[in-house]
Write a protein that binds this ligand. Structure first.
Ligand code: FE
Ligand code: FE
Ligand code: ZN
Length: 358
């Protein structure tokens, strides 16, 4: 499989175990998902059935699912001023990482923490301290620091703060970052007018190779508002086209995109379909991004057809004609005039018919 495959998913309920989560996600058209390792407000983790995990892993591999993006509970705060809260953070983190070993090669995402008035420097130090206590050289999970909106005393609203944490952790190869589009927008990073500049900044400060997953959300509030209120993809202040550019952006190719939008199942299914569809549109309409490779691959397919069927040379003019036909068919699909299987065949037929070949 191509490393640039688009992985789209959402936060699924963890009820019923791993296989149930996978089936739930697949039913809505997802090929990746996030889940809470325990009640998001805290509490004990549900028991894990090893047979369930094994069955899920085999099934997910067969389905071509992306890596799991597990989420720690919201109550996990490594830089609280209360020792009992910090103790819970360490215990929950340790238990969750143990559980993550059952699904090697996946991600465990957490909110770095809120320093509750103790200061950013003290907070960063306590977060790094926790990570140094719980990470181990032989673990098979990458722990992701989530980019935050900078609400209240939250740490992680600036890329520099995440970098500071990473710098103070010994086992840096176990660390990555999960980029939340609502959070960074609320944090003041303008992904609408200049996403390239934001990713260049991320690369300069943290390094794009650390960026392992994306939370794809719209926001209810303006740039730099530090509010952290998620909105549906089509209903927030970010123009949906800006989110499409994020999904297609070459800096993020191959990462799992997880919706954390306020939706029911039907809403998630619609947003997943919409994102996948917009991906195709972005490709055909030349919005920048590696998914342009899709079109290149199609051109190659046309050339291969020519040589396979002994039709002579496939010229640039023919490729341009094919591309124009292609775009019209996808537009017709969007208007609901055809189904996907129909257009997959239809555009080739039209192209070859137009060239007098059948
Ligand atoms: Fe989160
Ligand atoms: Fe998030
Ligand atoms: Zn949020």
């Amino acid at each position: 499989m191509s490393t640039n495959k688009l992985y789209l998913g959402y936060h699924v309920s963890s009820a019923g175990g791993y296989m149930a989560m996978g089936k739930r996600a697949a039913a809505l058209g997802a090929n990746a998902f996030a889940f809470f390792t325990r009640n998001p407000r805290g509490g004990a983790a549900a028991k894990v059935e090893e047979a369930d995990v094994a069955a899920f892993r085999a099934w997910a591999a067969e389905q071509g699912f992306g890596p799991l993006v597990a989420h720690s509970p919201y109550t996990l705060n490594p830089c609280s001023d209360k020792p009992s809260v910090r103790d819970f953070a360490k215990r929950a983190f340790t238990e969750d990482l143990e559980r993550m070993e059952l699904t090697p090669g996946c991600f465990y995402n957490f909110h770095p923490g809120s320093h509750v008035g103790q200061g950013t420097e003290a907070g960063i130090e306590m977060i790094a301290e926790l990570l140094n206590a719980v990470l181990s050289p032989d673990m098979h999970t990458t722990v992701l620091l989530e980019t935050m909106a900078g609400k209240g005393s939250e740490i992680g609203g600036k890329f520099e703060e995440l970098r500071e944490i990473i710098d103070r952790v010994e086992l840096k190869d176990k660390l990555g970052v999960c980029l939340d589009t609502c959070h960074i927008w609320d944090g003041g990073y303008d992904i609408v007018s200049d996403p390239d500049a934001v990713f260049a900044e991320f690369d300069r400060v943290i390094g794009l190779d650390r960026l392992k997953a994306v939370h794809l959300n719209n926001s209810l509030n303006g740039l730099g508002s530090h509010k952290d209120r998620h909105a549906k993809i089509l209903e927030g202040v970010l123009p949906p086209e800006a989110l499409v550019r994020i999904v297609c952006h070459k800096a993020l190719a191959g990462r799992p995109f997880i919706l954390e939008t306020p939706n029911d199942d039907a809403g998630y299914a619609a947003e997943i379909a919409w994102c996948a569809m917009r991906e195709i549109k972005a490709v055909l309409w030349d919005v920048d991004g590696t998914l342009l490779d899709f079109l290149a691959a199609e051109r190659e397919a046309i050339k291969t057809c020519f040589s396979l069927f002994g039709l002579g040379e496939c010229t640039d003019e023919m490729i341009a004609q094919y591309s124009a036909i292609n775009v019209r068919w996808w537009q017709a699909l969007e208007r609901g005039e055809y189904t996907k299987p129909e257009i997959l065949v239809g555009r080739f037929v039209e192209f070859f018919t137009a060239r007098g070949i059948d």
